[in-house]
Design a protein around this ligand. Structure first.
Ligand SMILES: Cc1cc2nc3c(=O)[nH]c(=O)nc-3n(C[C@H](O)[C@H](O)[C@H](O)COP(=O)(O)O)c2cc1C
Ligand code: SF4
Ligand code: SF4
Length: 264
């Protein structure tokens, strides 16, 4: 069926996936297809618009995605053929997690019309130089435009899985879930440097899990899913973690964009 309007629901820890979602909506809008971008963390699954072409985008985390996104997808209402396209962003490899997410949606009555992984700057461990990041973006953005156009022309490719990938997805689902254990949080260890912190409260404001409370200084509670948003966007670089090789962080968008809560 031709795309007439689209609603794109996106989770993005540090802005890469948001950049892709906005690019897709730009391509749609340019040919007169009204496309809105909504944050997964701000939309109740039951409230999604089943009458439009739905886009779902998320970050690859441990060859899987964040439990909050999986929970959101699991809670989506049953559909009667609503068309969905899927996309993710990754540093280098997703091991076809979109195939497993697609299968889950098909069981609920959605029809997958396209899915694609996009390579974007790595936001942890091997955070690249600005030059390398730009090179990745220059390669990826035309592919996003191509993908969006292929959705419009009903010729988009779909990521295919198989038994091995499904088993791997089940295994990585288990791993990702362990991040919410208190022990894991200790291992990843986010720490606020009280000498650097300017007590602006931004980290608490932008955490998608509401995991940070501000006492005198920010305090991390036990619900972190390691999206790295707080670490990356802290204006004082006051939050550190063992996950950050050489203390490098990545911002895929401007701070104002990551603060955005509503739809655009
Ligand atoms: C905790 C964590 C785990 C990650 N795991 C993977 C991975 O398994 N494969 C990969 O290619 N990139 C991985 N990445 C990198 C991100 O997928 C990549 O940088 C992505 O574009 C970030 O998107 P975002 O800014 O929208 O959150 C991981 C990042 C984080 C923070
Ligand atoms: S964002 Fe950084 S500077 Fe602001 S309160 Fe949080 S840790 Fe402190
Ligand atoms: S505490 Fe930081 S890394 Fe953890 S979920 Fe919140 S914003 Fe993301």
């Amino acid at each position: 069926m031709k795309v007439r309007e689209s609603d794109i629901y996106v989770f993005s820890g540090t802005g890469n996936t948001l950049t892709i979602a906005k690019k897709i909506s730009e391509v749609f809008n340019a040919v007169g297809i009204k496309a809105g971008v909504h944050r997964i963390e701000a939309v109740e699954p039951a409230e999604i618009n089943l009458n439009s072409t739905v886009g779902i985008g998320t970050t690859v985390a441990c060859w899987n995605t964040y439990p909050m996104v999986k929970k959101w997808i699991k809670s989506l209402p049953k559909a009667d053929g609503t068309e969905v396209f899927l996309f993710d962003t990754m540093g280098d490899s997703s091991l076809r997690m979109l195939a497993s997410i697609g299968k889950e949606l098909e069981k609920k009555g959605y029809k997958i019309i396209g899915s694609k992984d996009f390579v974007m700057p790595n936001n942890f461990l091997l955070v690249e130089s600005e030059e390398k990041k730009q090179k990745k973006l220059n390669k990826t953005i035309p592919l996003v435009e191509e993908f969006a156009s292929s959705i419009i022309s009903e010729k988009a490719d779909i990521v295919k899985g198989g038994l091995i990938y499904s088993l791997f997805f089940a295994f990585t689902s288990f791993l990702v879930n362990t991040w919410r254990w208190k022990l894991s949080q200790k291992i990843f260890g986010f720490k606020v440097d009280k000498k650097l912190c300017i007590k602006c409260g931004l980290c608490a404001q932008i955490c998608p899990k509401n995991n940070i409370s501000i006492k005198e200084f920010p305090v991390f509670n036990g619900m972190c899913e390691i999206c790295l948003r707080c670490v990356s966007f802290c204006p004082a670089k006051a939050i550190s973690s063992r996950l950050l090789y050489k203390n490098r962080t990545h911002r895929g968008v401007m701070t104002e964009e990551i603060k955005w809560r509503n739809s655009i």
